[in-house]
Design a protein around this ligand. Structure first.
Ligand SMILES: [Zn+2]
Length: 221
């Protein structure tokens, strides 16, 4: 995490303290010492991210209430949701795995999306309250724990392995998880945390930065 004061940022990789110049439209800035991208001008980043985050919330809801997959073998059928799978693991004694699944596939993505929505809604009218900065840091932590793509890969492997033993039908939840993986990737490509940081009102009384109307964008990751 880079630290900032006005337009000064420290490179998160090599700690070189530097000033980011005004960026041209769709321009980007790199650290002169190590080449790490320090910022990019992404016009309309917050609005686009908000739209993606709302879509992600709807998909996350669908992924959790709709069946992930259905199995039928020897005339018997069954289907399960994500939490239903975690519950079965718990009941079978795999308590650590059950908690990890619930954390990485349900809790962390839900927190990530909800934090992001709160941040984007609060940042629409600068100056944003200081808790927005705290939420931005929490979003990074929950993003690290969000592992929907790992679960998706696991399901695909399982589908291939049990295909010869039973008829497996992917449910709506499965497709929702698949779409969610792509949406979360699109969100991280679109979201410009620097634009939010620039709108946060700081404890020392700094107003939103850059001053409104200057048209300047600074990214600080
Ligand atoms: Zn650097």
């Amino acid at each position: 995490m880079a630290s900032r004061s006005a337009d000064i940022v420290a490179c998160p990789d090599c700690d070189l303290v530097q000033r980011i110049p005004p960026l041209p439209p769709r321009g980007s800035a790199r650290c002169p010492r190590c080449g790490r991208p320090l910022g990019a001008d992404k016009p309309g980043s917050l609005d686009r991210t908000l739209a993606l985050a709302v879509a992600a919330l709807i998909l996350l809801f669908l992924a959790n209430v709709e069946p992930l997959m259905g199995l039928s073998a020897a005339g018997r059928e069954t289907s399960t949701t994500i939490l239903g799978g975690a519950r079965t693991m718990w009941l079978q004694g795999e308590k650590v795995a059950a908690v990890l699944v619930a954390l990485a596939v349900v809790v962390a993505p839900a927190l990530e999306i909800c934090f992001l929505l709160a941040i984007l809604l609060a940042a629409r009218r600068p100056p944003a309250p200081r808790w927005v900065g705290t939420l931005l840091r929490w979003t990074e932590i929950s993003g690290v724990w969000s592992m929907l793509e790992v679960m998706l890969l696991g399901i695909l492997v399982a589908l291939v392995k049990i295909a010869s033993l039973a008829t497996v039908e992917p449910g709506i939840g499965f497709f929702a998880v698949g779409a969610l993986v792509f949406l979360l990737a699109a969100i991280s490509a679109t979201f410009d945390p620097g634009e939010v940081w620039a709108r946060v009102r700081w404890a020392n009384g700094d107003g939103p930065w850059p001053p409104e109307g200057s048209g300047r964008t600074e990214a600080q990751r």
